[in-house]
Design a protein. Sequence first.
Length: 469
Amino acid sequence: MAEVQTGAQTFTEEVVRFICSTPWGAIPLEVAREAKRCWLDGLAVMVAGSTEPCARIIRRYIESVAGPGPAAIIGTRRTAPAELSALANGVSGHAMDYDDTQLASHPSRVYGLLTHPTVPVLAAALALGQEVGASGREVLHAFCIGFEVECKLNETISPRHYQQGFHSTGTFGTFGAAAVGAVLLRLTEEQTRMALGIAASKAAGIRANFGTMTKPYHAGAAAQNGLIAARLASLGFTADPNALDGPWGYFQVAGGGADPEFLRGKLGNPWAILHPGVSVKPYPCGSLLHPAMDALRDLVLEHNIHPQQVVKVRLGTTSNVLSALRYQRPQNALQAKFSIPFLLGILVLRRRAGIQEFTDAVVQSPEVQAFLPKVEAYVDQELEAQGYARIRARVQVHLADGRVLTRMAEVSRGTPQRPMSRQELMEKFHDCARGVLSRRQVEAVAERVDALESLPTLSDLTALLQPGA
């Protein structure tokens, strides 16, 4: 794992030049098209998450420290200063763990995943874009740049970054949001260097907080902190000009090094949003169990399995999946998102695992709690030997009549290999918007996103993301 070479262009220089020298015209049409799919899904999960307790607490905090501002808080009729709007919408977007995931291009990455890419940069782009009166095209441009920076830096750092406990959505989401700020504030190369340096001292998030309100806070804080970094840099605030590099730079301190192979000449070549691509989540929970959940759901539906028929459900998977999904007897919805017994059990009990299933009341219900002990998980040595580049699983359903139904899984719905159709994406948005936005509003939001490049400002779009609009 190499560090930056003296005499060569530094990592920081490479990123700065990409941010400052990539105009809208250099962004391929298919990148913009995929980015708008990410917007549609990102806005959907922000609307859904706006009703969560953690999002409500964040809004109470914002009201206690600031008045109205130029930027909308999605899912409400409130506004706030840009950085605080980014915080609120970032928390909402990750509150249900329903936001997309970025695939890795190299098998060294744990689970073959990098981060939750859309929410931090989208929350930042929406907020600052409203403040500066940017057009839809300008905001989409900033989003594409921030998304690429976030993902490529994430893949450049050593895998130890995540393995030793950092949450990459919180860490590299901060750099992505700073890049968004640099584009929308039209920072010079020198100012952009400072923004990245400031971001390096603000990029944080630890996996110990998975299953708590602080996990979604990581995404909101990343959006907020990235904008703060860009804003401070625009005002003349200083930082180390090569803060990603060297023995005290971010890559070394937070991951023990970095691999130039993933960054040198790779920014926008190819664009990470296309290759290896983004996965849209079919379930509002951690993606590590999605292949197994799809496999179990298919078995239940194909064989018309009813809960009373099931003696036990066995999941064989890799040790890295088991260590991340640590709640055996979840007591609330946040813990349930990281609980194998719940995530599999609810599919047997209800044949779905949507937003309505992830409530404290459902998790605590006698029906659910009684079923949890029927779900067993173990390290499957055959799958373990195949490595961690894919999220592999073996699902077995043991029935009362003696039958054992088995299904192997390593690809879930919503991945580039099994992408969601436009209809499925819209169905997810309608489900996310239930009780917040009308069906008419959701359809109108989708129309605005489709035409994003032609919008003179974001005001039309953000107005539709308020209840009762």
